[in-house]
Design a protein around this ligand. Structure first.
Ligand SMILES: [Zn+2]
Ligand SMILES: [Zn+2]
Length: 114
């Protein structure tokens, strides 16, 4: 595998436009399993090109504000799900915050309508 063009790229959070663009890109790689309440994604890091898989937990899911249940700790898995998928690559990205173990800073908002 040629590694020359995959030199470590620094950790960087995306701009709003980049977040939306990445979300569009990753949408087809996201699987929403409402029955088992699992959202998973298998995609490629936009910065280093390495593949990763990520799972969205309840904590990452933004309950639909329009439904007026934003303060509820319970996720309504039968309704619209809004969530954030963050890059979960295992490669080194210099400057990654110490509390973050994976990724390059890329993340994007996604929505799944039943
Ligand atoms: Zn990445
Ligand atoms: Zn990466």
């Amino acid at each position: 595998m040629a590694e020359n063009d995959t030199a470590e790229k620094p950790w960087r959070e995306l701009t709003r436009e980049e977040r939306l663009a990445w979300a569009v890109n990753i949408a087809s790689h996201v699987e929403v399993d409402r029955e088992n309440r699992i959202i998973s994604a298998a995609a490629t890091c936009p910065n280093c090109g390495h593949g990763f898989s990520a799972t969205v937990t309840d904590a990452d899911i933004l309950v639909d504000v329009e439904r007026g249940v934003r303060d509820s700790p319970t996720v309504d898995w039968s309704g619209t799900l809004k969530f954030t998928i963050a890059c979960g690559c295992a490669e080194g990205h210099p400057g990654r915050p110490s509390e973050v173990s994976h990724g390059c800073g890329a993340s994007g908002p996604l929505k799944d309508v039943p």
